[in-house]
Structures are given as C-alpha cells and as structure tokens.
Design a protein around this ligand. Structure first.
Ligand SMILES: NC(=O)c1ccc[n+]([C@@H]2O[C@H](COP(=O)([O-])OP(=O)(O)OC[C@H]3O[C@@H](n4cnc5c(N)ncnc54)[C@H](O)[C@@H]3O)[C@@H](O)[C@H]2O)c1
Length: 377
C-alpha cells in the first residue's frame, strides 16, 4: 500500500541542543528521525557537553550555550534544560534569528511567557513547545470525534496525571527547588501537559478554577525548605459551560506516567490513557467499545500520525518524533494541524498561575484568556 503519511520534514536542518539530560536525548532522536543533522550540543559545563556529544552522536560540543546559539551554522535550537533557564535561552535564540523548540513549562511566570510570545512574533521564526501527547494518533481520533459531534453535547471533562517518582522523602530532583523549577512543581511539570491535552481534545477552554494543593515533605534529600507542591486537585468551569475536575500527583504509588483524560457527552464518552496509547475507550449507554488503532479506520489526522500499521505499537517517542517533524515542516512553510506553539506555552503559564493563586487563597480564580494579555496578538 502506498504510504502518503506526512510525518517527516523535507529539509536537512541543523539542530542544536541545550542541556544533556533525558529530554536532550528524546529531542535528538526525534530530530534525527525528522531528517535533521545533530549539529551541536551545549550543557551546564563543557565536560557535560563533551560527554553528551558522543551519547547523542552530535557533530560538535560547544563550550557554552551562547557559543551554540550564536553559531550561524545552526538553524534550530532545542532548549532542554531546567525550567527557570528556558526564558533566557529561548530569548537569546530568538534574538539570534533561530527557530526554537523550548521545553515546557515555557517560562515559570506569565510575564516571561508573554515576553517570549512577543519576541517570537517579532522574530518571525517558528517557536514551539513539546506538548507531545497531542501527537498520539488516538488523541487525534478523540479530538476528531468530539469536533464532529459524535460524542454529542459535552457534559463533563476530567483528567489526571499521576506519577510516583517523588513518593519518598529521599526522592529529590532540581524540580523540587522553586528557584530552578519555578513556584509550581507538580502542576507546571505535568499538570501543564494534562490541561493542554484536555483543552486540545475538547476544543474548550478552562475559564475558572478552584484548586487545592499539598506538599507532603517540607524537606527532601538535598532540599531543606521545600515550597513546591507534590499534588494538586482542582475543579473547573469552561467557556462552553462544561464542568470538570483534575488530579495531578507525583506521589501516587505505582503510577509511573499515568496521563488520562475522559470527556463525556450526550452520546458517548471518550477516554485516552497515555500508558495504553494504542486504544481509545468509547463509552456508550449500551455497547461500550475499545477502539484499537488501525489507520484505515481512523480520522485523517489520526491516520496521518499512524506511522506504523495496525498491530505494531506506537508510543511516546513516536509522538515526540511527530511533534518535531511537524515543527520542522512549519520551518519549511508547511503548517500542520495541532502544532503547539509558544502561545500554548503561555496558555499553560496562565493556567499554572491561576491554579497556584486559587490553592493559596482558597477561592475560585478566573483564568484570563491569552488574548487578554497585553501585547499578545
Ligand atoms: N515534553 C515532555 O514530555 C517533557 C518530559 C520531561 C521533561 N520535560 C522538560 O524538559 C526539561 C528538561 O528536563 P530533563 O528531564 O531533561 O532534565 P534533566 O535533569 O535530565 O536534564 C537537564 C539538563 O540540563 C543541563 N543544565 C542544567 N542547568 C543548565 C544551564 N544553566 N545551562 C545549560 N545546561 C544546563 C543539565 O546539566 C542536564 O544535562 C524540563 O524543563 C522539563 O520540564 C519535558
């Protein structure tokens, strides 16, 4: 069968990576899969960059991030460093005329995220944020079914993102430190993905939140005064008059990366669980079904993102590859559906601030729309 799926980008872009951890590896694999040259890497020190150069198969290790960003031979910069560093690196890259893929959270506050959106608009380069769960074929299938009205009038939206890697007092990471991770931890880290996915799939917007958060340990192995939250529970109202709830936790035993969304309408419910990304649960009053990914039977976007035939499972790295391929296609002038940009990163920063404010004051908080932020077009 002829393969007309468009998940690759034609140009041989030269990509540079900032950071040398988990995400730099995932990004570089995706960049290679999309046909880019893995041109360079810079990290927290020249030695860290040199070690990562071999691991990632990069052409060159740079002595500093600035050296990498200022290199005229680099087309696109991938920012894969701790959250608080994103704004300075993304700003420098945009000012150097580069295309930028900046990890989430785009910034640790709304002001910085707004600044980056404005800079990206001025630079006229492509600027994206890896909300990669959008790129699972069955997520697109859920989105298409809701948009076409197959699920009926939406009544409730719910979701959770549960992990356990910070379960014990001894578990620690830079994300725990508000100075590196930002004032919100669990929500900014994974709640950002959850809300992006809920809004992307439902086509709706959260306009009001009431949130509660908890920090289980005031001290961890290396951090003695922990201010960032381990979990958040929230209820919300949406623009279209729907109500919903969400739960985000990094202390839920047994849950590794359990991102689940469930949207119910008058005709059916759709549920997606990213730990079983090859299926979509379609709930019905009678005759609920588990829809298995099969490109021949899916909506066009879900079929486009199905790079493997039915029965050959796709997962997280495939979703990441598709996101990077679509970013590179945008650099080549082809804008494909569902590409998360810096505006989506700003949207996430706005939601994070609203959640933090609500959990601090114990009141409902109105969530401003991105268009309400001064200067953002
Ligand atoms: N989109 C996703 O699915 C996803 C998944 C995981 C993490 N992330 C995001 O990716 C980012 C990186 O996370 P990670 O898990 O790779 O972290 P990590 O700790 O594995 O790696 C961070 C890297 O950044 C380097 N670094 C630290 N400070 C630096 C500085 N000032 N200058 C240059 N390099 C510096 C470190 O040496 C390390 O190599 C975070 O913002 C995180 O939120 C996104």
């Amino acid at each position: 069968m002829e393969n007309d799926r468009t998940t690759t980008a034609p140009s041989r872009l030269r990509a540079g990576f900032v950071g040398a951890g988990f995400m730099a590896e995932v990004h570089s694999r995706a960049a290679r899969a999309a046909g880019a040259e893995i041109a360079g890497i810079a990290s927290s020190s020249p030695s860290s960059a040199a070690r990562a150069k071999d691991r990632l198969g990069a052409e060159q290790a740079y002595a500093s991030v600035q050296d990498l960003i200022q290199d005229d031979g680099i087309d696109v910069i991938h920012v894969c460093t701790p959250n608080a560093t994103h704004v300075a690196f993304a700003e420098a890259a945009l000012k150097a005329g580069k295309h930028v893929v900046c990890e989430k959270p785009l910034a640790t506050n709304v002001q910085d995220a707004t600044h980056l959106v404005e800079l990206a608009a001025t630079a006229r380069t492509v600027a994206t944020v890896p909300f990669v769960y959008r790129f699972h074929p069955m997520v697109r299938e859920a989105q298409a079914r809701i948009a076409s009205g197959q699920t009926g009038r939406i009544s409730t939206i719910q979701g959770s993102y549960l992990q356990d890697w910070l379960l014990s007092r001894n578990d620690d990471n830079w994300r725990v430190d508000a100075g590196l991770g930002g004032p919100s931890r669990a929500f900014a880290d994974i709640g950002s993905h959850l809300c992006d996915l809920l809004e992307f799939v439902s086509g709706d917007r959260i306009i009001r939140v009431g949130a509660l958060s908890r920090t289980l340990f005031s001290g961890r192995a290396k951090h003695k005064d922990v201010q960032t939250e381990d979990l958040v529970a929230a209820v919300f109202a949406t623009e279209n008059g729907t109500v919903g709830s969400l739960l985000v936790s990094q202390v839920a035993p047994g849950r590794k990366n359990r991102l689940m969304i469930e949207i119910s309408g008058s005709e059916s419910t759709v549920q997606f669980d990213q730990e079983s990304p090859e299926t979509l649960w379609l709930g019905k009053r009678a005759g609920s079904q588990l829809l298995v990914r099969d490109p021949g039977a899916l909506s066009p976007e879900a079929a486009r993102l199905s790079v493997l035939p039915a029965g050959h499972p796709q997962g997280y790295q495939d979703a990441f590859n598709a996101f990077v391929a679509d970013t590179y296609a945008a650099i080549d002038g082809e804008l494909r559906a569902g590409l998360p940009t810096f505006r989506d990163g700003l949207r996430s920063a706005v939601l994070t601030e609203s959640i933090v404010e609500s959990s601090k004051c114990g009141e409902w908080v109105d969530v401003p729309g991105v268009n309400q932020l001064e200067g953002v077009q």
